[in-house]
Design a protein around this ligand. Structure first.
Ligand SMILES: Nc1ncnc2c1ncn2[C@@H]1O[C@H](COP(=O)(O)OP(=O)(O)OP(=O)(O)O)[C@@H](O)[C@H]1O
Length: 258
């Protein structure tokens, strides 16, 4: 978790200022501030219902905040969503694919949406399929793939336009250990190449090993953030694991008692 970051860019990859969202009077996100540096691998943690997905959906332009400002690499994402979306990719927790397409067709289709030329699209698709050990399934319809394979195709689709900011919601849930390893290795290779990654997850040992810094959400607010070393100091627990810190900060006292 205390791996050094690789990028030297100065601007923020993502800046959220006082971003809030409520649904039918329930505050899902209560005025969050978040600054992610380019090249950073950031883990967003929180119990079920803490507001992680709502925060990320607002960040990627799928949900309009009630108030606040969102900047992606300095671009105002609320004023110029198309330019902001060029910089990012979003991987939701449930893979969204065109089931009748094969992985190769799907990746070439997505690349076409990003106006990547056909030769380059074919090259990128082959590289990603090979990297994710999907080459032998390249001509199988997505409908016939396992959930883990679909998740990998979906990840490849998110990466095909070479986004500078990759936002993933629970990308490893339900994947077997071998597939988790492939996905983790690919994500680390992306940050080594300068990509910024924000990962919402409940898998704390994965967060501890992969990310540079975590933010912990509770009841729609960011209650702590930092490296594991910083969180240990903030909580006064010098030998704590990330799980210890998560249980101390992310779970409300009433839930812990229940
Ligand atoms: N479309 C919606 N309509 C109404 N309420 C919603 C909607 N989306 C989220 N919420 C509510 O907002 C709160 C935050 O939900 P959110 O999905 O952001 O949490 P989360 O941290 O991602 O949880 P999980 O770990 O379970 O995915 C919850 O109380 C949830 O019920």
């Amino acid at each position: 978790m205390d791996r050094p970051e690789t990028s030297t860019e100065a601007a923020h990859a993502l800046l959220l200022q006082d971003v809030a969202k409520s649904f039918d009077g329930t505050n899902a996100v209560r005025g969050i501030d978040l600054a992610i540096r380019p090249g950073e691998f950031y883990g967003l943690l929180g119990a079920n219902g803490a507001g992680k997905t709502t925060t990320l959906r607002m960040t990627v332009g799928l949900l309009k905040p009630d108030r606040g400002a969102i900047q992606i690499f300095g671009i105002d994402a609320l004023q110029d969503p198309a330019a902001a979306k060029q910089k990012l990719a979003w991987l939701p927790d449930e893979p969204l694919l065109y089931e009748q397409l094969t992985p190769l067709e799907y990746l070439e289709f997505v690349a076409g949406l990003w106006r990547i030329d056909a030769k380059e699209a074919a090259d990128r698709a082959s590289t990603l399929l090979d990297r994710l050990d999907l080459w032998s399934q390249r001509d199988t319809r997505c409908a016939a793939l396992s959930r883990g394979m679909k998740q990998k195709v979906s990840l490849a689709g998110a990466l095909v336009h070479d986004p500078r900011l990759l936002i993933l919601d629970e990308p490893l849930t339900g994947l077997d250990p071998a597939i988790q390893r492939q996905v983790k290795d690919l994500l680390l290779a992306r940050t080594d190449a300068g990509c910024t990654i924000i990962l919402a997850t409940h898998i704390l040992d994965v967060a501890e090993r992969l990310v540079n810094r975590v933010g912990i959400m509770r009841d729609g607010a960011l209650v702590a953030q930092g490296t594991l070393a910083e969180l240990r100091i903030q909580t006064g627990r010098k030998d704590a694991t990330l799980e210890d810190i998560f249980l101390a900060l992310a779970i409300s006292q009433s839930a812990a008692v229940a």
